[in-house]
Ligand binder design. Sequence first.
Ligand code: SF4
Ligand code: SF4
Length: 699
Amino acid sequence: MDALVAVQPDVTRPTFWGIGVVGAIVFYYLAAVALSIFAYGIAERIRSITAGAPEPIERFDALGRRLLDTTKVVATNETVFDRDWFGGLMHALIVWGFLTLFAGTVVLAVDMDLWTPLLGRESFFTGPFYLGYSAVLDGLGLLFVVGVSMALYRRYWVRADRLWGEHTGVEDDLFVWTLWVLGVGGFLLEGVRILGTGMPDAEVASFVGWSVASGLAGLGISEGTAGAVYAPLWWSHAIVALGFVAWLPTAKPVHMLTAPAALLTRDPDAGRRLPGVPADASPETIGYADLRDVTWKHRLDQDACTNCGRCSAVCPATAVGRPLDPRTVVLDLTEYRHAVDAGTAERRPVVAAEGESVIDAETMEACMACQACMDVCPVAVEHLPQFVAMNRRLTETGQLDASLQETLTDLFRTGNAYGEPGRRRPEWTEELSFEVPDAREQSVEYLWYVGDAPSFDDRNRAVARSLARLFEVAGVSYGILYEDERNDGNDVRRVGEEGLFETLAGETVEALRTADFETLVTTDPHAYNTFKNEYEAVGWARGDDVRHYTQVVASLLESGALGLSADELGGTVTYHDPCHLGRYNGEYDAPRAVIDATGATRVEMPRNRADAFCCGGGGGGQWTDADQDVKPSEERLREAVEDTRSGGDVEQFVVACPTCLTMFEDGRKTGGYEGDVDVVDVAELVWEALEERGVRVDD
Ligand code: SF4
Ligand code: SF4
């Protein structure tokens, strides 16, 4: 390049070569029209988003950190790379190529339209700057074309399932093909210009354009022919580019703007900490009844959705044939709002059990609140809070599945999901030879919140007894609340029964206040979640003192209080991450450390940790009769025995959640896996290991 500059220090290229003054004026006119349409489209988009209801939580706090995080995500494309290196690379090449080409266009416009004519300065689009500019734009432009070609390959050759949803259509085709035409057309145009201007030496810096020019010359195209076709080619390229600018705010490309905005305003606790309903809310304003109830953030999320289908691909409800596809819900709402904005749709309820609502009640009932959709969404769409807002509407208006309604009535009446009198809560302790301490009568280090299933369900009662034995053996100071426990309300809240959640949480807080303890331990990850993340809003601000029992047992093992030497058990096991412990709260290691301490050989299912597949019991799933092809628990057990490396050796399917235990014991029977695996809880596995060492507490 130095040699080129030395030879031609003022080297540059004519910008409107072959277009003429009139052509340039027409171009500026069309550009002004395109930019005006763009500005109008953006203003309309902003108006549609900000017409939404106010957000119940702060979305612009810690703005500096939010900006940094968003910049990092956009720059690295890390959320697109997540679980999909091909998609990540493809998107990164497109983003970086596009941004570079855009920046190059802006630089050229500044030189041509501001720096030189308005400020009267000498053009900087010459010499080394011009050559560097040409090389960089050609390099990144080439990567852009490679990225778009990868997108075409995946969409039309591989035909990846998730790219083809109910809302996939011409717009998606037009978007990707327009980018390709712009990228490839840009290089063709450059090649024709270089050939038409006599292959100037300095244009070697535009190495892709130079190669195209050489190729065209090799095909026998003369300098004169190139010069003659340049203007029509230039105009077609310019019209496609300006059309894209005008189209951008009203179609799929708008995610280039809305996605960073959605990332910037994301709630880091979305889903695990749901907003409450204002105390003075009237019944008709609870949940999403009408479009105007949908908050601006949820509208922004809907407009940020890229129709990538990642959420649908991981959704257990979609996988088992329940009538729910999270992408379709998001895009149904988007389409409906835009149709209302455009005056082409009548207003109708957002969600209802029957009739002409946008979303069907049974679609929302199918959600298991597992958060897999949110975890995988590259633009941070907050599905679950939107879905809960619709569930709130359904519960408020009594449009509920009959068995769910029955359970909620039981919860209201008795404070537990089994409809049992509260005095029966401690019955599980009766088979123990020792007395479980009463935390209402003595100070304890660990207040153990046992939960509904371990208190009333026979299979889970066995787990509670195993855990009690572990506490006894370890000699820890612990106690329970006996009949003063109430359901924690986590799942009640997620099915939309906010009033009942507040009642149960209020009673639970009252019971917690009767005890003097340092740490609250839960058997149930669902309880763990709500105590840790949601109880502050109901008057109990001790979220930092909450532990799941696997975390406590892991620390007891580490301190030597449980005395295992990691060789007690010899079988092969696999571990299922509960959604509320793993994806919700990021605890993946403690249960694994506990399992490993027993000496069992642990193998991982293909979908593990944040990718784990829900058991089907969350979000009220355990309380409803779902319409589905196969149960989520059956699909998960199939994965354990068929898809897992050494799956044939897996003898025990280990869980750390009472809901999971119930769902998998059921799936084991209905799916025909009784001869393949046993389902055991982590606490049972540890107790089995201790028994192997000869430890006894019930003798
Ligand atoms: S929370 Fe889970 S079940 Fe519900 S839509 Fe998302 S992925 Fe599907
Ligand atoms: S909601 Fe997110 S994951 Fe789902 S299709 Fe839209 S962008 Fe993709």
